[in-house]
Design a protein around this ligand. Structure first.
Ligand SMILES: Cc1cc2nc3c(=O)[nH]c(=O)nc-3n(C[C@H](O)[C@H](O)[C@H](O)COP(=O)(O)OP(=O)(O)OC[C@H]3O[C@@H](n4cnc5c(N)ncnc54)[C@H](O)[C@@H]3O)c2cc1C
Length: 488
């Protein structure tokens, strides 16, 4: 008889792990507390508008391709993908503005126009970004990283300086204009740390940005969730929604015997949790937990987020699919996240208008929009601050797009730190897990294998390789393959 695996959560990492485990012959059931799958990538539908509640940037298409190929499928069998052109636009202070187009050549041209003479240095930078991407994909991120040796190879040793210096440092060497410096630092923000704390090796995210491109799956990121759920079901995975795992029960042989949900005990041979790490350990008796509250207090968490899901009663033809509003002090905002945590007085923000490219996510003649303000994990939701920030960023957007917006809002939903805590049992209300700083990479991240219980595993953005949808897919693959090798 097949061994029985319970996977906690139906986020990207859990879905990925469930697929690999089912393919290897385990009997897999996914337990999710919400009524729909996706986790932080759930969908919000209201009055004909549809919003991806979390991720909206489809980057690193090769990782998605590799996932579907592992199951004999192509991405195009599963998703309708569009490469966005332009990829996005960025607004700077003093009315500066740059559109990032859909090829490296065009981007180099626009950089050269913005800062005459920078082209050669940016080309060199992008070559190193590409090389680091190849090293990362081929030799690092798919490894279990249970010990330091997993980070060591000829290439990583030859590239050691890239783990010592920061992205900020090499970006500052490459371009002089403050605006272009922001554009080159932006992708590293996906890793959850500030660029001065992110090793320059992670400039591979610039390769993802400028060369691999910004894509959009029709229907939004939730269509990726749906495709993975279809795949999982075709492999025999069962789903149990609206169900919270209340306890993970261990026996005396340093192993899990089962889980408790709906106040009933269910026997399990293996448990994999894609829920936030500290929450998962809180479901265990204290003696089986590996990491103490002190350990978590000392970690650098990726930011939380203040989100506004908006419906407009008209098309906003001035808006692009993705826009970054870097029109205020970058360092001041980062300091309110990583330095002295507080509500930012003038925040940077990101605006997503998916209905610009996809008519299925808003009613005809209307526009759906998500505004995202990164804020410090550990803050508490605060209506006064939410409204103050909303008013401010909306009027900044009106000015920069040169279009009235306030009076056209017909739907507004707010999501903030406390929602992350309540919905995902997220430590400190983090949105993106644990930041990728020098001492929080590879074997220095929380381990995917329990130290004290031989059949308990972790997956997702709190463990390896790190935050983001592509890393979540990789995380599920690492744990799925590891379990198959060890327990079959
Ligand atoms: C606002 C926002 C924007 C983002 N933007 C991007 C982006 O543009 N591109 C990108 O690549 N990444 C982005 N990310 C990051 C990306 O979404 C996450 O890294 C990824 O989705 C995390 O997946 P996960 O499986 O690790 O965890 P989660 O998605 O958090 O899944 C964990 C699941 O476990 C469930 N759960 C928790 N406890 C229990 C329990 N006791 N019982 C049952 N179920 C439980 C939760 O309900 C949840 O469904 C964004 C994230 C956020 C929040």
């Amino acid at each position: 008889m097949s061994k029985r695996v319970f996977v906690i959560g139906a986020g990207f990492s859990s879905l990925s792990a469930a697929c690999y485990l089912a393919k290897s012959g385990f009997s897999v059931t996914v337990i999710e507390r919400h009524d729909i799958p996706g986790g932080r990538a759930r969908i919000l539908k209201k009055n004909g508008f549809q919003f991806d509640m979390g991720p909206s940037w489809y980057w690193m298409p090769d990782v998605f391709d590799s996932f579907f190929q592992d199951f004999g499928k192509s991405t195009s069998d599963s998703l309708e993908l569009l490469r966005l052109d332009p990829a996005y636009e960025v607004f700077f202070t003093k009315r500066g503005h740059l559109v990032i187009e859909n090829s490296l050549e065009k981007i180099l041209d626009s950089f050269e126009k913005y800062e005459p003479g920078c082209r050669l240095a940016v080309e060199r930078y992008m070559k190193s970004a590409k090389k680091n991407y190849q090293i990362a994909m081929n030799q690092m991120v798919y490894r279990p990283n249970l010990n330091p040796l997993d980070l060591i190879s000829f290439e990583t040793v030859m590239n050691a300086k890239h783990f010592i210096q920061s992205i900020k440092k090499i970006v500052y060497r490459t371009v002089k204009t403050p605006d272009l410096r922001l554009v080159l630092q932006f992708p590293s923000l996906f890793l959850g740390a500030k660029p001065s704390q992110t090793p320059s090796f992670f400039n591979f995210m610039n390769h993802a940005d400028f060369e691999l491109g910004t894509w959009y799956p029709k229907g939004g990121m939730s269509s990726v969730v749906q495709a993975m759920v279809r795949l999982a079901k075709s492999l025999g995975v069962k789903f149990k929604h609206n169900t919270t795992v209340q306890k993970i029960v261990a026996n005396n042989q340093k192993a899990i015997s089962g889980i408790i949900m709906n106040d009933e005990f269910y026997q399990a041979d293996i448990v994999v949790s894609g829920a936030d790490y500290q929450h998962t350990e809180s479901l265990l008796e204290k003696k089986y937990r590996r990491y103490s509250p002190k350990y978590w207090d000392k970690r650098v968490f990726a930011p939380s987020a203040l989100l506004f899901y908006l419906g407009f009663d008209k098309k906003i033809k001035e808006a692009k699919h993705h826009s970054l509003f870097f029109d205020v002090g970058f360092e001041t905002h980062l300091d309110s996240i990583y330095g002295k945590p507080k509500w930012p007085s003038r925040p940077l923000f990101y605006a997503n208008f998916p209905s610009v490219s996809d008519s299925t996510v808003a009613p005809k003649g209307k526009e759906s929009c998500v505004l995202l303000v990164p804020i410090a994990s550990g803050l508490e939701s605060n209506n006064r601050q939410h409204e103050r920030i909303f008013k401010q960023i909306l009027s900044r957007m009106e000015k920069r797009l040169n279009v009235p917006l306030k009076e056209h809002i017909i739907l507004k939903e707010i999501y903030s730190v406390d929602d992350f805590k309540n919905d995902y049992s997220s430590t400190k209300g983090n949105a993106y897990g644990l930041a990728t700083t020098l001492n929080q990479i590879g074997f220095m991240r929380p381990k995917f294998r329990s130290k004290k219980l031989k059949n308990l595993y972790f997956t997702g953005q709190l463990t390896i390789p790190g935050p983001g949808v592509p890393p979540a897919l990789i995380s599920g693959k690492i744990v799925g393959k590891y379990i198959a090798n060890r327990h079959l």
